[in-house]
Design a protein around this ligand. Structure first.
Ligand code: CAA
Length: 266
């Protein structure tokens, strides 16, 4: 086997409270072959065990040309309809693990985020991108449709009209257009400044009450796309949970006593 074939397709590194998940298959523009999806699922399962030691996760693509150029088209080619559906479910499992992780997950896009790559980014809490990035759902050009959540999360991110236009045309949009559409939370001139910006964001999040951030994420994920009345009830339940934490008592007391809070993560 070549060194590239032997290398694990997903690496997880820890830098203090930040975890960096790198999809490392640059020769195929980090395409999500089944083994890559499996390795991503394993990585996020392990990160869930880290508890409050990891306060934020950055997802990046290796090689400097792509975040992820989609599901692996070579692996999709021979699949039966049933096997295709199973691959879709594997992608959805990765998305569910990202959404169920208490720590916020930031997709750091530098280059192509296409098809399953954009869908992976959409499953993250928000997207940072370099000016050299491109976004699209080109599946219909292959006779497919988005399979890892694009028909669900893209309209929520950019509205139904632009989502339909992108999905029906397969067209790519650049980072500035994606930012204007609300798909990209922040745009950076290059990869280095993006990663520095994402690390700084995690540090800022880490200074807040871990419990509150986790409850907020849980409510935001669960409420997304539900009717207002259901969403409001989810928020009430989360608000109630926040009142149960020591960190909430500490946070409000610190404000009233004009001092910095000492959060303990429970
Ligand atoms: N799957 C498998 N291999 C891929 C790939 C993918 N999604 N995207 C790129 N590659 C491979 C290419 O086959 C090529 O490999 P070889 O060197 O062995 O030929 C290598 O990566 C480099 O790609 P290109 O030579 O094509 O590079 P380029 O600069 O000319 O073009 C690109 C870049 C526009 C991103 C082009 O590679 C491309 O269009 N990729 C496919 C994008 C796509 O259709 N994504 C959707 C996939 S389906 C999907 O994701 C379904 C779903 O919703 C889950």
């Amino acid at each position: 086997t070549t060194p590239d074939a032997a290398a694990p397709p997903v690496r997880v590194e820890r830098e203090g409270v930040v975890a960096i998940v790198t999809i490392d298959r640059p020769k195929a523009l980090n395409a999500l072959a089944p083994e890559v999806l499996g390795a991503l699922a394993e990585a996020f399962e392990e990160l869930a065990q880290a508890g409050d030691a990891v306060r934020g996760v950055l997802v990046v693509g290796a090689g400097g040309r792509a975040f992820v150029a989609g599901a692996d088209i070579r692996a999709l080619a021979p699949l039966t309809p049933e096997e295709g559906a199973a691959t879709g479910r594997l992608g959805h499992r990765v998305a569910a693990l990202i959404e169920s992780l208490s720590a916020p997950v930031i997709a750091c896009v530098d280059g192509f985020a296409l098809g399953g790559g954009l869908e992976l980014a959409l499953a993250c809490d928000f997207i940072y991108a370099t000016d050299a990035s491109w976004f699209g759902q080109p599946e219909v050009r292959l006779g497919l449709i988005p399979g890892f959540g694009g028909t669900v999360r893209l309209p929520r991110a950019v509205g139904l009209a632009l989502a339909k236009e992108l999905i029906y045309t397969g067209r790519r949009i650049d980072a500035a257009t994606a930012e204007a559409a609300g798909l990209v939370a922040r745009r950076f001139p290059d990869r280095e400044s993006m990663l520095a910006g994402a690390r700084a964001t995690v540090e800022e999040i880490a200074a807040n009450a871990w419990t509150a951030v986790g409850i907020a994420k849980r409510v935001l994920v669960a409420a997304s796309g539900t009717p207002t009345a259901t969403a409001v009830e989810l928020e009430v339940a989360g608000f109630e949970d926040a009142f149960r934490t020591d960190d909430m008592r500490e946070g409000v007391a610190a404000f009233l006593e004009k001092r910095e809070p000492g959060f303990r993560g429970h």
